[in-house]
Design a protein. Structure first.
Ligand SMILES: Cc1ncc(COP(=O)(O)O)c(C=O)c1O
Length: 361
C-alpha cells in the first residue's frame, strides 16, 4: 500500500483503506459463492443480504424510525433535482428553495423546467455564494423547503438546519451525509450521490418518509417515481450492485471501526479545525467561505495569485498530496476532507502548506 497518496479529491473521493482491502479480499469469491459480487444475481440471497444490511445500517446510523425508507437509485443526485418536483409538486403545489450555489441552482432549474410554481426563499448569490443565509422565512404552504446541506464547490455548509416552521425539509446531502448526526425528523427526504462520503460513483442514496411517498402521482414515468423503488426494496430493475455493496462496507466501517456518527463528527471537526487554523494563522492563504458558514468537508482557499496556486497544486502532487485544485468554475484551491480522509493526511497537508508558505510567502 506504499503507493497510495493523500487523496483530497472532491468526488469520486477517497474511500477507507479498510473497505478497499475488504473488497479486494473477497472480490473473487464473495461469501463462498465462487463468484465476485459483480457476478452474482441481484435476485440472489447474497445480494439480498448486502442491500438489506446496508438499509439496516443506514437506519441505525441515522436513527431513522420506521416511517423512513432507504433507497438506492441510479441517476445520481442530479436526477433527484428533476424527480423531487415531479413527485411532490402536483396540481399547483409549491415549494421553497434556498440557493446556496451551483448545485442548488441546478435543483431550482429542474423545477422551473417543469413549470412548477416554486419560490426561491433566499439566496447567497449577492456575495458569490460565500455564506449560508440566516433567518429565512418559509412559505407555510410549501410542500417542502429544499436546501443543499453542504456546498461542495464554494465550501459552505449549514451548521444547523433551519427552522422552517414545520415545512418538511428536503436536502441534497451529497457532500456531507454521514459526516455528523442530525435530527432527521425535520426531513421529508434527503439524498446523496455516494461518491463523496459514502462509496463509489453509480448509486444515489435516497431517504424518504411515508407521507412523501404517498404524494407520488401515477401519471409520471415508472422509473421516475420514488414509490416504484420503495415498493421493491430498490430492485424494480437491476440496481448498481457493486456500488451498493461498497456503500454497505462503508456503513459497516463507520459503525464498527469508527464507532458511529458522533465519533465520525468529532474526527471531522478535528480535521477541519486543523486546516482552517493553518489557513487563518498564515498571511498567505485566505479562506473563501464566510466565518460561521465554513464547511467541515470542503475547505476552499486562495493563495496570493493564480500562478502560485498552480505551483502549489503541482508541488503538492509531487509530495503525494492529490486533488487540491479548486472546482473549474471558481478556481483557487480546495481540500476535500470527507469521512475517509485520515487526520494524519490533513496534518501532512498542513505541514506542506506551512513549508510552501515559508518558501514562497
Ligand atoms: C452537493 C452536490 N449535489 C449534487 C452533485 C451532483 O451529483 P451527481 O454527480 O451524483 O449527480 C454534486 C457533485 O458532484 C454535489 O457536490
Amino acid at each position: 500500500m506504499t503507493n497510495r497518496i493523500c487523496n483530497f479529491n472532491a468526488g469520486p473521493a477517497a474511500l477507507p483503506l479498510h473497505v478497499l482491502e475488504e473488497i479486494q479480499d473477497s472480490f473473487l469469491d464473495f461469501q463462498g459463492s465462487g463468484m465476485s459480487i459483480t457476478e452474482v444475481s441481484h435476485r440472489s440471497k447474497w445480494f439480498d443480504d448486502v442491500i438489506n444490511d446496508a438499509v439496516l445500517r443506514m437506519k441505525r446510523l441515522l436513527n431513522l424510525d420506521d416511517s423512513y425508507h432507504v433507497l438506492f437509485l441510479q441517476g445520481g443526485a442530479s436526477q433527484q433535482f428533476c424527480m423531487i418536483p415531479m413527485n411532490f409538486l402536483s396540481g399547483g403545489a409549491t415549494a421553497d428553495y434556498v440557493n446556496t450555489g451551483t448545485w442548488s441552482t441546478k435543483a431550482i432549474k429542474e423545477a422551473e423546467i417543469q413549470g412548477k410554481p416554486i419560490r426561491v426563499a433566499a439566496s447567497s448569490e449577492d456575495k458569490n455564494f460565500s455564506y449560508i443565509p440566516k433567518d429565512v422565512s418559509y412559505n407555510p404552504d410549501a410542500v417542502y423547503a429544499h436546501i443543499t446541506s453542504n456546498n461542495t464547490i464554494k465550501g459552505t455548509q449549514w451548521g444547523e438546519f433551519p427552522d422552517t416552521g414545520g415545512v418538511p425539509l428536503i436536502a441534497d446531502m451529497s457532500s456531507d451525509i454521514l459526516s455528523r448526526s442530525f435530527d432527521t425528523g425535520k426531513f421529508g427526504m434527503f439524498y446523496a450521490g455516494a461518491q463523496k462520503n459514502m462509496g463509489p460513483a453509480g448509486v444515489c442514496v435516497v431517504v424518504i418518509r411515508d407521507d412523501f411517498l404517498e404524494m407520488v402521482p401515477d401519471d409520471i414515468p415508472t422509473m421516475l417515481r420514488y414509490s416504484t423503488f420503495a415498493a421493491k426494496n430498490s430492485m424494480f430493475n437491476t440496481p448498481p450492485c457493486f456500488a451498493v455493496y461498497t456503500v454497505q462496507l462503508v456503513l459497516k466501517w463507520i459503525e464498527e471501526t469508527i464507532g458511529g456518527l458522533e465519533k465520525m463528527a468529532e474526527t471531522n471537526q478535528e480535521k477541519a479545525a486543523l486546516l482552517y487554523k493553518t489557513i487563518d494563522e498564515s498571511g498567505f492563504y485566505k479562506g473563501t467561505a464566510a466565518l460561521g458558514s465554513r464547511s467541515m468537508m470542503n475547505v476552499t482557499f486562495r493563495l496570493p495569485d493564480e500562478s502560485l496556486e498552480k505551483t502549489f497544486v503541482a508541488e503538492a502532487l509531487e509530495n503525494r498530496l492529490g486533488g487540491l485544485k479548486g472546482h473549474r468554475s471558481v478556481g483557487g484551491c480546495r481540500a476535500s476532507i470527507y469521512n475517509p480522509t485520515p487526520l494524519a493526511a490533513v496534518q501532512t497537508l498542513c505541514d506542506f502548506m506551512k513549508a510552501f508558505e515559508r518558501k514562497k510567502g
